[in-house]
Write a protein that binds this ligand. Structure first.
Ligand SMILES: [Ca+2]
Ligand SMILES: [Ca+2]
Length: 292
């Protein structure tokens, strides 16, 4: 900028004055904490650094955090402690230089509850189980007090069901006598309390329905002829037993011995019709089949 100065006598001189205009905002960086952090301690230290194009520590910048002025160290770093309220806290850090240029950083930091609150079960239970097959369900829970150690238990459970107190893993192999509905109540707890989850498990038979058929060879026989009777079993789960009775006008439910392959021989001694009843018992289902 050049200015001409003239006195009353008309003498003049030119005065030169150089004015630098600072248009650069300070560079503000936050080292800690990370934005959107969740913390458990209400005392929070905010640290970072500031650079400006003007000379000196931090250039000519000054820092405020939520309106409070913060000291800038000779290495351009700053560190400032604030006290958080429970829940979400908005923190505004502003660096402003002498020319009024500013940079702003904002942080949202969430302070967790300081009260020891009970854990909350968040998992969904498996609601079906099969006789003789392993049922598993891992109960999982969350706790607002992030460092709490949780333990798990069963407040109501069928015979044989267990839960790992440390992991929450429920294990059970339903017995045949446990077919049907069972109500389970699991809990997750710590020193702050507990929460429960209740659900029903339906225990069903596995696999396909048992199928029993009686075969006759020949299907029609003359007196004195021997008939081979075969009791065939399909879809039995595991071991099974089978038995056979024969009835006629003159005979009321005589046993016919079956061999290991389910066959019996019967020699016809009188004319008429015969009723054969095969009974099959297996681990899961007992059912009869008739053939005349
Ligand atoms: Ca500047
Ligand atoms: Ca807790």
């Amino acid at each position: 900028m050049a200015t001409t100065v003239t006195d009353l006598a008309g003498n003049s001189t030119i005065v030169t004055n150089v004015v630098k205009i600072d248009k650069s905002a300070p560079t503000l960086s936050i080292t800690s904490p990370a934005d959107n952090s969740t913390v458990t301690d209400p005392a929070l230290i905010i640290s970072g650094s500031v650079q400006d194009n003007t000379s000196g520590t931090g250039g000519s910048a000054r820092i405020t955090i939520n309106g409070s002025t913060v000291t800038i160290n000779p290495d351009n770093r700053f560190s400032h402690s604030i006290t958080l309220a429970e829940g979400a806290n908005m923190i505004t850090i502003i660096a402003t230089d002498a020319a009024g240029n500013s940079s702003t950083a904002t942080l949202t930091i969430t302070l967790l509850s300081q009260v020891n609150e009970a854990p909350v079960i968040t998992s969904s239970a498996n609601t079906t189980a099969t006789i003789d097959q392993a049922y598993e369900y891992a109960v999982t829970a969350t706790d607002v007090n992030t460092n709490d150690v949780l333990t798990y238990g069963l407040d109501r459970a069928p015979v044989g069901m267990t839960i790992d107190p440390n992991t929450g893993l429920i294990q059970w192999t339903p017995a045949i006598s446990q077919r049907g509905s069972h109500t389970i109540i699991a809990r997750a707890q710590d020193a702050g309390g507990f929460s429960e989850q209740s659900w029903d498990i339906i225990v069903v038979d596995g696999g396909l329905a048992l199928d029993v058929t009686i075969g006759l060879e020949p299907p029609i026989a003359n007196i004195g002829e021997t008939v081979t009777i075969t009791v065939a079993v399909e879809n039995a789960a595991g071991a099974f037993t089978r038995s056979l009775t024969i009835s006629s006008l003159t005979m009321n439910g005589a046993d016919l011995a079956l061999d290991a392959s389910g066959q019996a021989q019967y020699t016809v001694t009188a004319s008429g019709s015969y009723e054969l009843i095969a009974t099959v018992t297996c681990n899961h289902i007992a059912r009869s089949s008739n053939a005349a």
